[in-house]
Design a protein around this ligand. Structure first.
Ligand code: ADP
Ligand code: MG
Length: 747
C-alpha cells in the first residue's frame, strides 16, 4: 500500500501542499480524479501534525458530499495506515459512525459538520477543516462555505482546505480573498469518443421521430427500428441530425437546455446500453466497463434486464456490479477488486463514480448523458427532481474515467449536437432548488437575517427565490412575522427534509398514526413507485385504481405498500409488484426510508423509543387526510362542479389539470370540495401531481398552522381562499367559527 501511495500524483506534491497549508489560512487544491486528494491530503496533514510539536492536539475534519464516500474513504485511509477504523481515523454519517477517543482525522458528511456547528459555532478544538468535492456546488457545501468564511476571522489559527477535481479555481480563490491555489498535475491516457451516431451505425438501427401527445402537452420521442438495408454512416448521421432539427435542437438559444430535455434517452437507453455492453464483451479487448446511469431505480431495472441476457448474465464471463449512494459497504469493496481472469467487470453507477469513487481498471465508459437534478423556477414557484443533461465538464470527467490504466473508449448515448449544447458547468444547487430548508437552517444556526446571510454566498440566489421561501415558511407557520423560528419551525429544522414532509411526520407523531404517514412521506421522497409503461398505460392505471376507493393518491400508495409488505413476507414481493405495475426497488427504498424517518423523529424527541408508533387512529382515514392536508397546505385547489363535469382551480394559476396517473383523474365526480396536492408542474398548462381530496372542515382546521395570536390572521387568509372560490356554505361556516373565536379571544 505504501508503494501504491508513493505512486499517486499527490504524493509527489506532499511537501508543497504541507508548506502551503501551514503558511496560509485557506488553500485550494485541484487535481484529476484519482490523483490522491481525498485519501492522501488529510493523511499528510495528520502525519505532519503527529510529528510536529503539537502532535496529539490536532483535529482534522474532512467533509464529503455523500455518506457512502465518507464511509469508504475512511476505511481506505485507516487500512493504508495499518489501523482499524475508529483509531486515529474515523467517520461519522447520520445514524452511523466509528470514532474513538484517539480519532484525529474524521471523515463526515457536510450535513454532520453543519449539525455540529449548531451546538459548537466556533468548532472548538478543530485545527483543520477540509471540504472535499467543492466543485459539485451542493447546497450544503455552499452553505458551509459561508459559515466557515465567517468563522475564519474568529478563529485565525483554523486552517481551511478546499479540494476538487474540476474546479473553477478563480471563483473559490477570490471568494476567500485571493487564496492560494495548488494544482496537482495528473496523467490520463487518451480516450476515444463515440457519439450516438457512431453507435447507431454499429448497431444497424436507425432513429425515427414520432410525436406523442400526452397530458403534459407535446413530447417528442424517438423510436428505434431495425433498418434495412444498412445505410452508410454519413446518412445515419444526417438522419439523427434531421430528427434533432425537427425538435429545434439547432436553436442554441438560452432555452437550449430546456429544449434538450425533450430528447429522451430513457426510451432507447436500455436497449442501447445492452447492445454496447454485448459489443464490448464480444469484440473488445479486456478491461472493466463503467456505465453512468441517472439513479438507483434505473440501475436496478437495467441490472435485471442484463442478468437475463445470454452474455451479460453469464457469471463465467461477466461480473455485474452496481454502485450507488445507498449500497452497503460490503458491496462497495467488490467494485475495487479485480475480477478473475477472463471475467469482465461491469459496474452500473450513478454519478457518484464521476468524481467521488475511482475504479482503477476501467477502460470503457458508457455515458447516458444525464444526472438527476432538482430544478426550481422561482417565478412559478415550482420545482422538480428529474434527470437532466449533465455539463460538458461532467461529460469530460466521465470520459476521463476510461483512461486511467491504458487508452480507453467512451460511448456517449447522445448525438454530438446535443453535447455541443451542454452548459459548461452545472448550475450550483443553491441557484436551482427551493430555499425553504436552507432558510430554516440559517435561522436555527442563528446566522442573522436570511437575505443578509444568503447575500454572502459564493453565488447568491435570486431575491425572489429567497422571498418565496420566507413567505412559504410564514404561511406554513415555521417562521413568525419577524422571521424568527416558531416552535414548529424549530422542530422542522431538526428534520433534514422538505418542510412539508417534516410537518406530516410531526403531526403523524402527535396523532400517533405514523404507520401510514411514514409510508406517505417515504413515498413522496422517491420516484413514483406506480409505473406507467408507455405501451401499457391503461393496464397500469387500472392496476393503480384498485388501490383507491377514497380519492387519494397518497392513500393508494399506503394500500399498495401494505400489500407489498404482506407479499414480501411470503417472499412474493416481486410477483406482487409485477402484477400491480409497481416498482420493486422503490418499494424497498420506501421500506428503508420509513425506518430512517422514524429514527429521525426519535432524535427530535417527538416519538418515544418505547411506545408503539401507531394506534387505532392510524387506521382511520380521516386522520390521515388531516395529516396530508396539514403537510401539503398551501398546495390546494378547488374542485369546481359544473353540471356533470368538474374542473380544478388554484388561486395563482386559474384552471389546472391532474396528471393522468392520478387516481383522481379517473373519477368522474369527487364528493369533496378541495384537493391538496404535493407538487405542481408547469408545462403548457399547470399539472398537479399526487393529490388527496379533503373536506371543508379538514382544510379549515388543518390548512396552515394555527398558533395563539395567529388565529385571526390565519382565518382571514382562509376566508380569503373561501371567498375567492365562492363556496358559500364554507364561507358561512368560517364566519361562524370566526365569530366564536373572536369572542374567545376577547374573553
Ligand atoms: P481523488 O480524491 O484525488 O479523486 P482518491 O484519494 O479518492 O483520489 O484515490 C486515490 C487512489 O486510491 C485511486 O487510484 C483510487 O482508486 C484508490 N482508492 C481509493 N479508495 C480505495 C479503496 N477503497 N480501495 C482500493 N483503492 C482505493
Ligand atoms: Mg476525491
Amino acid at each position: 500500500m505504501l508503494e501504491f501511495r508513493r505512486n499517486l500524483p499527490a504524493y509527489k506534491e506532499k511537501n508543497r501542499l504541507l508548506t502551503a497549508i501551514s503558511q496560509n489560512q485557506v488553500v485550494i487544491i485541484s487535481g484529476e480524479t484519482g490523483c490522491g486528494k481525498t485519501t492522501q491530503v488529510p493523511q499528510f496533514i495528520l502525519e505532519s501534525e503527529i510529528t510536529s510539536v503539537r502532535g496529539a492536539v490536532c483535529s482534522i475534519i474532512c467533509t464529503q458530499p455523500r455518506r457512502i464516500s465518507a464511509m469508504s474513504v475512511s476505511e481506505r485511509v485507516a487500512s493504508e495506515r495499518g489501523e482499524k477504523l475508529g483509531e486515529s481515523v474515523g467517520y461519522k454519517v447520520r445514524l452511523e459512525g466509528m470514532k474513538g477517543r484517539d480519532t484525529r482525522l474524521l471523515f463526515c458528511t457536510t450535513g454532520i459538520l453543519l449539525r455540529r456547528l449548531l451546538v459548537d459555532r466556533n468548532l472548538k478544538g478543530v485545527t483543520h477543516v477540509i471540504v472535499d468535492e467543492v466543485h459539485e456546488r451542493g447546497m450544503n457545501e455552499d452553505f458551509l462555505l459561508i459559515v466557515l468564511k465567517d468563522l475564519l476571522s474568529r478563529r485565525p489559527e483554523l486552517r481551511l482546505v478546499l479540494m476538487s477535481a474540476t474546479l473553477d479555481a478563480e471563483l473559490f480563490s477570490s471568494y476567500f480573498g485571493g487564496a492560494t491555489v495548488i494544482n496537482i498535475p495528473g496523467f490520463t491516457y487518451p480516450v476515444r469518443t463515440h457519439f450516438l451516431e457512431d453507435i447507431l451505425d454499429m448497431t444497424g438501427y436507425r432513429l425515427t421521430p414520432y410525436n406523442q401527445i400526452d397530458d403534459y402537452g407535446q413530447e417528442k420521442m424517438w423510436k428505434m427500428s431495425k433498418q434495412a438495408p444498412r445505410k452508410r454512416k454519413s446518412q445515419i448521421a444526417s438522419a439523427v441530425e434531421d430528427t434533432l432539427k425537427a425538435a429545434n435542437f439547432n436553436e442554441y438559444s438560452s432555452q437550449t437546455r430546456e429544449s434538450l430535455s425533450c430528447w429522451n434517452p430513457d426510451c432507447i437507453g436500455f436497449n442501447l446500453i445492452e447492445y454496447v455492453l454485448c459489443y464490448i464483451c464480444e469484440k473488445e479487448r479486456p478491461g472493466a466497463v463503467l456505465v453512468f446511469m441517472t439513479g438507483w431505480d434505473d440501475i436496478n431495472s437495467l441490472n435485471d434486464k442484463l442478468q437475463a441476457n445470454r452474455i451479460l448474465g453469464d457469471p463465467t464471463r461477466v461480473l455485474l456490479l452496481t454502485c450507488h449512494g445507498s449500497m452497503a459497504s460490503s458491496e462497495q469493496r467488490l467494485i475495487f477488486d479485480e475480477p478473475e481472469s477472463g471475467v469482465r467487470k461491469i459496474v452500473l453507477a450513478t454519478n457518484i463514480a464521476e468524481t467521488s469513487i475511482t475504479i482503477n481498471d476501467v477502460v470503457f465508459v458508457i455515458d447516458c448523458g444525464k444526472a438527476k437534478e432538482t430544478s426550481y423556477d422561482a417565478l412559478n414557484n415550482t420545482s422538480c427532481l428529474l434527470p437532466s443533461w449533465i455539463s460538458t465538464v461532467s461529460a469530460q470527467q466521465r470520459r476521463g474515467r476510461a483512461g486511467r490504466v491504458q487508452p480507453g473508449e467512451c460511448y456517449r448515448l447522445y448525438p454530438r449536437c446535443v453535447y455541443d449544447a451542454f452548459a459548461e458547468y452545472q448550475l450550483p444547487e443553491i441557484l436551482r432548488t427551493p430555499l425553504q430548508s436552507l432558510c430554516l437552517q440559517i435561522k436555527s444556526l442563528r446566522l442573522g437575517t436570511i437575505a443578509g446571510f444568503l447575500s454572502r454566498a459564493l453565488q447568491s440566489p435570486e431575491l425572489l427565490a429567497v422571498q418565496n421561501a420566507i413567505e412559504y415558511l410564514k404561511i406554513i407557520g415555521a417562521l413568525d412575522h419577524n422571521e424568527e423560528l416558531t416552535v414548529l419551525g424549530q422542530y422542522l429544522a431538526m428534520l433534514p427534509m422538505e418542510p412539508k414532509l417534516g410537518k406530516m411526520l410531526i403531526l403523524g407523531a402527535i396523532f400517533n398514526c405514523l404507520e401510514p404517514v411514514l409510508t406517505i412521506v417515504a413515498g413522496l421522497s422517491v420516484r413514483d413507485p406506480f409505473l406507467a409503461p408507455m405501451d401499457k398505460k391503461d393496464l397500469a392505471e387500472a392496476a393503480k385504481s384498485q388501490f383507491s376507493h377514497d380519492y387519494s393518491d397518497h392513500l393508494a400508495l399506503v394500500r399498495a405498500f401494505e400489500g407489498w409488505k404482506d407479499a414480501e413476507r411470503g417472499l412474493a414481493g416481486y410477483e406482487y409488484c409485477w402484477k400491480n405495475f409497481l416498482s420493486a426497488p422503490s418499494m424497498k427504498v420506501i421500506d428503508s426510508l420509513r425506518k430512517e424517518f422514524l429514527s429521525l423523529l426519535k432524535d427530535t424527541g417527538l416519538v418515544d423509543c418505547d411506545t408503539s408508533i401507531c394506534n387505532a387512529w392510524g387506521r382511520d382515514e380521516r386522520f390521515i387526510r388531516a395529516v396530508i392536508c396539514y403537510g401539503l397546505y398551501p398546495g390546494i385547489s378547488s374542485i369546481v362542479q359544473n353540471g356533470k363535469s368538474s374542473s380544478l382551480k388554484t388561486m395563482e394559476d386559474g384552471q389546472v389539470f391532474l396528471y393522468s396517473n392520478s387516481v383522481n383523474a379517473r373519477e368522474s365526480e369527487i364528493p369533496y370540495p378541495w384537493l391538496v396536492f404535493n407538487e405542481k408542474m408547469k408545462v403548457n398548462s399547470v399539472f398537479l401531481k399526487d393529490s388527496t381530496a379533503v373536506s371543508d372542515s379538514v382544510l379549515l382546521l388543518f390548512g396552515g398552522s394555527i398558533s395563539q395570536g395567529e388565529i385571526d390572521g390565519h382565518l382571514k387568509m382562509m376566508g380569503g381562499y373561501l371567498e375567492f372560490f365562492m363556496n358559500p356554505s364554507v364561507a358561512d361556516m368560517y364566519q361562524c367559527i370566526r365569530r366564536e373565536l373572536d369572542e374567545l379571544i376577547q374573553n
